[in-house]
Design a binder for this molecule. Structure first.
Ligand SMILES: *Cc1c(COP(=O)(O)O)cnc(C)c1O
Length: 477
């Protein structure tokens, strides 16, 4: 095979095309008369030369002279070689001490289904280039305001305040609502740590409550039982794309005069009672981290209908600087700004959110058809009034299944499966904020929940492969 990959550096374009046609690898290694490696030629290189008017009997030396090709010494560890592999470079020649091609490394096209990937194939690049070519790369610039306006309009709120990530969005919301030392903030035990950390940053005391068996989200009756005269706020988390019971939560909060901050980090576009989540609470927070429904790389936003709260958050986001008097500060603020570069990506992502949500729904249908046959998995439920957005495709295993074993065996076959979040109360740093006996559902769901790969660019056939691998692995357990 190695012979079929090599051609003389004196060859014509036609001769190299013949070599590539025979080896079917799309590539040839040009070598000099003494056997030294001169450069790599791809079918793309030859095609581009041909299109630019070069004739078939032109020597390839004119293509080789202008550049250096990647080659590695033979014996380079595989992990080093894998690092060099990219969309552009799929095959690397390996050279001996005399610089002769002794072998080559090719990344085998093995199946790999990661838990999530970003899809940046809309206007992301164009808008980022616009920031660079106009020099607006920091937190001033028109994309920030555009993103705030368009995202808040999409959800249905009057104001958006873009910030640097979802965790600081929650912190900023709590501070703007006046939450601090001596106050209690109720939140579900089953969530990502960003939710509880934001509460702890304010000096307030988190109060962990249990989740519903069916929705996996905060249980309104547990919320009600946890209310005390010191309760200042509640943070319902729309977990794994499933909306909380916002009807009951808002009703209870109104009766007891409690501020509501929705944590929508996993639920962009999800709906409760025909309205998008993020439009119910007093201030509502989203994350745009890389694996969320839409992304800005890192980023977040606080949404509110209240002009005063929005203004307060804008000032606090920008070091607490007075709007009337520059560099005069009446309070201790933060630097929580989003950059124009990130907002540019957000604007492009938002243009495609309907398509992204549609693709996720279709993935759910593909999984549903296949997984219903495999009786040990139970999918996230569809509940009345609630429209989930399938953030990661999450489901529950039957309790007899060894989850760790399933995850490691599936991984060895290229399928990434992720366990649910740990219950917060089980981690020593948070254990004082909830009692295990009050949180049985959170513990149970956490121990049997898994998320399956949700890759937008995958076909139905890819999902069939994933399910086939999972089914095989489960049968072996
Ligand atoms: C991702 C996430 C956050 C935090 O968002 P970051 O942007 O990563 O800081 C908060 N809450 C939940 C439920 C999340 O999933």
């Amino acid at each position: 095979m190695l012979e079929q990959m090599c051609c003389s550096s004196d060859s014509t374009i036609l001769q190299v095309l013949k070599v590539i046609d025979t080896n079917t690898r799309g590539i040839a290694f040009a070598v000099a008369e003494d056997g030294r490696f001169v450069g790599t030629l791809t079918d793309g290189d030859l095609r581009r030369a041909f299109i630019s008017g070069v004739s078939l009997d032109t020597p390839v030396s004119i293509l080789l002279g202008a550049r250096t090709s990647l080659a590695m010494p033979i014996g380079t560890p595989v992990n080093e070689l894998i690092k060099k592999i990219s969309n552009k470079i799929k095959i690397i020649p390996l050279l001996d001490e005399q610089q002769r091609v002794a072998d080559y490394f090719e990344m085998k096209a093995e199946f790999h289904a990661p838990i999530a990937t970003t899809e940046l194939n809309g206007n992301e690049m164009a808008y980022v280039m616009e920031c660079i070519s106009t020099n607006w790369i920091s937190s001033q610039g028109s994309f920030v305001k555009q993103f705030e306006d368009e995202f808040s309009t999409y959800i249905g709120t009057r104001n958006g305040v873009a910030v640097s990530n979802g965790t600081v969005a929650l912190h900023l919301a709590l501070v703007a609502l006046g939450v601090g030392s001596g106050d209690e903030v109720i939140l579900p035990d089953l969530t990502f740590v960003g939710t509880i950390n934001a509460v702890l940053y304010t000096g307030a005391t988190p109060v962990l409550v249990d989740v519903e068996e069916q929705s996996w989200c905060i249980d309104p009756s547990a919320f009600e039982r946890a209310i005390t005269p010191r309760t200042k706020a509640v943070i319902p988390v729309h977990l794994y794309g499933q909306p909380c019971d916002m009807g009951q939560i808002m009703a209870l909060a109104n009766v007891h005069n409690i501020s509501v901050i929705e944590d929508c980090a996993e639920a962009h576009g999800a709906e409760y009672s025909g309205r998008k989540v993020g439009g119910f609470g007093h201030i509502n927070c989203f994350s745009f981290f890389g694996n969320k429904i839409i992304t800005t790389g890192e980023g977040g936003i606080c949404l509110t209908d209240d002009e005063n709260l929005a203004e307060k958050m804008r000032v606090l986001r920008d070091h607490g600087m007075s709007k009337e008097r520059r560099y005069w500060h009446d309070e201790i603020g933060f630097n929580y700004r989003l950059t124009n570069l990130q907002a540019a990506i957000g604007v492009a992502q938002l243009e495609r959110i309907d398509e992204i949500l549609y693709k996720r729904e279709r993935i759910r249908e593909w999984y549903q058809d296949g997984l219903e046959k495999c009786k040990v998995l139970k999918m996230q439920e569809r509940l009345p009034l609630r429209k989930s957005v399938n953030w990661l495709f999450s489901c529950l295993l039957q309790e007899r299944i060894d989850r760790d074993e399933l995850i490691s065996k599936a991984k060895s076959k290229g399928v990434d499966i992720r366990p649910f979040f740990f219950p917060l109360h089980e981690m020593p740093i948070y254990s004082q904020y909830g009692r295990a006996e009050d949180l049985p559902v959170s513990k149970k769901l956490s121990s049997i929940g898994i998320s399956l790969p949700t890759v937008l660019s995958f076909s139905e056939e890819n999902y069939n492969t994933i399910m086939q691998i999972i089914t095989e692995v489960i049968e072996e357990l």
